[in-house]
Design a protein around this ligand. Structure first.
Ligand code: UDP
Ligand code: MG
Length: 325
């Protein structure tokens, strides 16, 4: 099999401290892959500058001049990791690469396993997830919050690959499918499993950040998790409905209790009916809110206009020319 044209995509935000190391490492890896004929020499390394305010863009511009395989795009402002990544994927798709491997610019994701990614791709997988087998280099805090994140996501029914961040290989057609999602609220990690297509996992050990600071402080992590839940799940609305029902049922228990108290003569006048109406109406209002919420949830799902299916293969003479589409 002739080797494929691959594109590495690395979003960068204020990474001037890490870039020197990253550039050196990634170009060396790139050249060895080309030498071993595992990727075509027309492959590329694409950096996306996500509106950095430091010297990131100057460094990238310079690198693209000295290395013919390095290309760089600059976003007009800081659009966030997910959008920067999508910009890179879109660009790589437009340039017609056979497959893309996305990774962080701090090279925390071990580039030694790229060989495994490519092997899986050549075995016919469209999507290869890089999965962390070991988080020992992360701080205790990062590890625990990440675990809580995955558990929360599972609870709300968001389809996630456990311990997979955005280190993954995607074939041209998988990216094409991903790009056909018109939604604005992008949560790539949740969307990619929705694509279907043959997928597999490759395990690696997550390394320490080489230089600079994390661009994902707690505030961004919480926003990220909330985005994941709200763009994939209408469970929170259902929670309102369930609470409503529980309160509603509870109101009858309260009624019973209030009547017993009244009969025992322990109450002041008006307490019984007040007590009951409080719970009864509260439950009713919550149920009503939940029902309205269900409709809003439906509307939300509709407005996303997600594609309903992707065709993986076509068979038969009529399709001859598009056999592998
Ligand atoms: N990043 C980005 N835009 C942002 C924040 C981060 O492009 O607004 C990039 C960043 O340069 C890095 C990747 O996203 O390449 C992951 O960020 P980071 O390493 O800081 O996250 P962590 O590994 O700490 O979760
Ligand atoms: Mg990092």
């Amino acid at each position: 099999m002739s080797s494929s044209r691959l594109c590495f995509v690395l979003p960068c935000y204020n990474e001037e401290k890490a870039l020197a190391f990253t550039l050196e490492k990634i170009t060396a890896r790139f050249q060895s892959l080309v030498r071993e004929k595992r990727i075509a020499k027309e492959s590329a390394i694409l950096f996306v500058d996500d509106g950095s305010t430091d010297r990131t863009w100057d460094i990238l511009k310079e690198a693209s001049r000295t290395h013919p395989s390095i290309i760089a795009i600059k976003l007009s402002r800081n659009c966030g990791h997910q959008n920067a990544l999508l910009a890179g994927l879109t660009e790589a798709y437009r340039l017609g690469f056979d497959a893309v491997i996305s990774m962080d610019a701090d090279l925390q994701d071990d580039i030694e396993v790229i060989g495994d990614f490519i092997k899986k791709y050549q075995e016919g997988y469209d999507i290869v997830y890089g999965v962390r087998s070991d988080r020992s280099t992360d701080s205790f805090f990062k590890r625990e919050t990440a675990l809580a994140f995955y558990n929360l996501m599972r609870l709300f029914g968001v389809p996630l690959v456990h311990n997979h961040a955005d280190y993954r290989l995607m074939s041209h057609r998988a990216i094409g499918a991903l790009l056909s999602f018109p939604e604005r609220n992008l949560f790539l990690r949740g969307l990619v499993p929705l694509l279907g297509f043959p997928s597999t996992e490759v395990y690696y050990k997550r390394l320490e950040r080489v230089a600079g600071e994390t661009k994902y402080p707690l505030k961004k992590m919480i926003a990220f998790a909330l985005n994941g839940i709200t763009s994939f799940s209408i469970q929170p609305i259902r929670l309102v409905t369930f609470t409503g029902f529980a309160v509603f049922v509870m109101s009858f228990v309260i009624l019973l209790y209030a009547l017993v108290e009244k009969m025992a003569g322990k109450t002041v006048s008006g307490w019984t009916s007040l007590m009951f109406s409080l719970w009864f109406l509260g439950g009713l209002v919550l149920v009503a809110l939940g029902i309205i919420g269900e409709y809003i949830g439906r509307i939300y799902i509709e407005v996303k206009q997600r594609p309903l299916f992707f065709i993986e293969r076509r068979e038969g003479t009529l399709f001859q020319e598009r056999k592998d589409g």
